[in-house]
Design a protein around this ligand. Structure first.
Ligand code: SAH
Length: 255
């Protein structure tokens, strides 16, 4: 898989793409990353990428010309497959684990990052999709592109040491069924009077699995009840979730 970014601050990417798991995966050839500088597709002395918005208003907008030239140029590479082009904008579809799983299936992704007040709307005609990483406004799309790259790369087979570690994580659409992950503990078993649940020390794998499943349901009920509608639960689990929700509501009411 080849992931590319197009932005005016290409130097932001290298430290992230060469550190820890991403760095190792890249060194091992599990993905390639290349950051392009949008200014390479400008033709004036100042390498201008922005201009004032028609109709007035605060700030500057990214010009359509350099974006159009850069993207068509990158997309028509004679050797590489055509990239799937993702534009980052707060007006995009919210990025989720589900979207990460879908993006992980492309051979080539091109992440287009805005700056300033955003882009001339006509630039989006080259977008295969628009993504937002959340309901807040960043100063630029580079961090968004790095967030999405990180989430996508860790799904590539071989990137995480343990192939299982993706399976029951929070939001995983596989066996875990879209719940938050269960609570986890490591040594010591007792810390400042706070104990690890004894079942986890029992060595009984069936009991541990059952505890984890219940715990994942409880945590999802408490922190992200919005995930329950889409979660894959058995009838018994669904009934348990409803029971937990009722109990949480009862304690809320009594407070
Ligand atoms: N005026 C725009 C915000 C521009 S922020 C608006 O109100 O919608 C500048 C750039 O940062 C954007 O072009 C986009 O690429 C990036 N950006 C900011 N917030 C983002 C978010 N939540 N998700 C993805 N990209 C974001």
């Amino acid at each position: 898989m080849l992931i590319e970014s197009l932005s005016v601050f290409p130097e932001m990417f290298e430290p992230v793409m060469s550190t820890s798991i991403l760095g190792r995966a890249r060194a091992a050839g599990l993905f390639e990353f290349q950051a392009h500088n949008l200014r390479d597709w400008t033709h004036d002395r100042h390498r201008t990428v922005d201009d004032e918005p028609y109709g007035g208003g605060a700030g500057m907008l990214m010009k359509v010309g350099p974006l159009h030239e850069a993207i068509t140029n990158l997309a028509s590479d004679p050797v590489l497959p055509r990239p799937h082009v993702v534009f980052f904008t707060p007006c995009g579809v919210p990025f989720t684990q589900h979207v990460a799983e879908r993006l992980a299936s492309y051979d080539r992704l091109l992440f287009v990052c805005g700056r300033y007040e955003g882009m001339d709307e006509r630039a989006y005609e080259l977008a295969d999709e628009r993504l937002s990483i959340g309901d807040y406004v960043l100063t630029g799309g580079e961090l968004a592109a790095m967030v999405v790259t990180d989430a996508v790369v860790r799904l590539i087979p071989g990137v995480l040491g343990d192939e299982m570690s993706n399976k029951d994580e929070s939001f995983a659409t596989g066996d875990a069924g879209g719940l938050l992950e269960y609570a986890q503990y490591t040594r010591p078993a007792s810390f400042n009077g706070s104990e690890v649940p004894s079942i986890l020390l029992s060595g009984d794998h069936a009991k541990v699995d059952a505890w984890r499943r219940r715990n994942a349901i409880e945590r999802t009920c408490r922190w992200r009840p919005d995930l329950l509608d889409q979660a894959r639960l058995t009838e018994v689990e669904r009934a348990y979730a409803n029971e937990v929700l009722r109990a949480l509501r009862a304690t809320d009411d009594s407070e």
